[in-house]
Design a protein around this ligand. Structure first.
Ligand SMILES: C[S@@+](CC[C@H](N)C(=O)[O-])C[C@H]1O[C@@H](n2cnc3c(N)ncnc32)[C@H](O)[C@@H]1O
Length: 269
């Protein structure tokens, strides 16, 4: 168990799919446009959302190796329906310990989504070094960047967001997490080692009808805010109650900042 339930990943997947930055996605597709086949490793695959987002857009032959340390999520990913030009294998790997093993073998592209904000600066450095020595491009989507915009606004929003962003820096299994700083750190690091980086925003946009995801997200944020101790129980509970009332009444919209990036070694397309 990773703490990421299949239900939560299923709930967020349509919003992730809609949020993926089109320019970044186009850069990924262009990089492989004249390849007959591509071998992809997806780090922290969950139930396989990156395969579902990318595979239908790549018309070439694709071999995907899906990596996660949650056996239940990995089993779902391994069992997903894929187009005939796509082959999927799954491997249980703890990426904190065995990143290098995950990247071994012929790999043309590393993908990941909603992972970089969980990792530490040290782990990001390992990722940059290990992909650079192999000259592999990387498409890293949907890193949370710390921006949350609520409509309607509430007096406690700023305290909640500050507490959530503090919680984002706590250890998620890779050491102190980069959290909202992850995407900018990754962009800077890949550029500094000679990669060209295409990046752009990939914000979640929840409208008044997106009640389930708003309910889950707000409950998660209130819990995270409590765990940091940044807010009293009364303040967090009061905020969550007001948010729930607004969501139930169809009066709530939320935007959550994310960043996508595609980094490829200089000299490649
Ligand atoms: C936020 S989920 C994202 C899943 C998927 N990429 C997606 O976008 O739906 C984070 C994923 O990281 C995986 N994960 C967390 N720590 C890991 C580790 N040390 N090794 C491998 N996978 C890990 C979790 O099991 C989970 O599937």
């Amino acid at each position: 168990m990773s703490g990421f339930s299949a239900d939560w990943l299923a709930l967020r997947e349509p919003y992730d799919l809609r949020a993926r930055n089109p320019e970044v996605l186009a850069a990924v597709l262009a990089a492989f446009a004249d390849h007959p086949a591509v071998s992809i490793v997806d780090l922290a695959c969950g139930t396989g959302s990156t395969v579902r987002a990318l595979a239908p857009r790549l018309s070439l032959r694709q071999t995907w190796r899906l990596i996660d340390n949650d056996l239940s999520l990995l089993a779902r990913a391994a069992g997903m329906q894929v187009p005939t030009n796509v082959q999927v294998t799954a491997a249980p790997v703890d990426l904190n310990h065995d990143l290098e093993a995950a990247l071994d073998g012929p790999v043309d592209l590393v993908t990941t989504s909603a992972l970089l904000d969980l990792v530490s600066a040290e782990w990001l450095e390992r990722l940059a070094v290990e992909t650079a020595v192999r000259a592999i491009p990387i498409y890293a989507a949907l890193s949370y960047d710390g921006r949350i915009v609520f409509d309607p606004i509430d007096d406690a929003d700023a305290d909640i967001v500050a507490a959530v962003n503090a919680h984002q820096h706590t250890d998620k299994g890779f050491g102190p997490a980069l959290g909202p700083d992850a995407a900018q750190a990754a962009i800077a690091r890949f550029e500094s080692i000679g990669y060209r980086v295409t990046h752009g925003m990939s914000d979640w946009v929840f409208g008044p009808d997106d009640r389930d995801i708003q309910m889950e997200t707000c409950a998660g944020w209130a819990g995270a805010a409590r765990e940091t101790g940044g807010l009293s129980l009364e303040a967090a509970a009061g905020w969550l109650t007001r948010r729930r009332d607004a969501i139930t009444a169809g009066r709530s919209s939320i935007k959550v900042g994310h960043v996508d990036l595609f980094a490829r070694p200089m000299g490649t397309r």
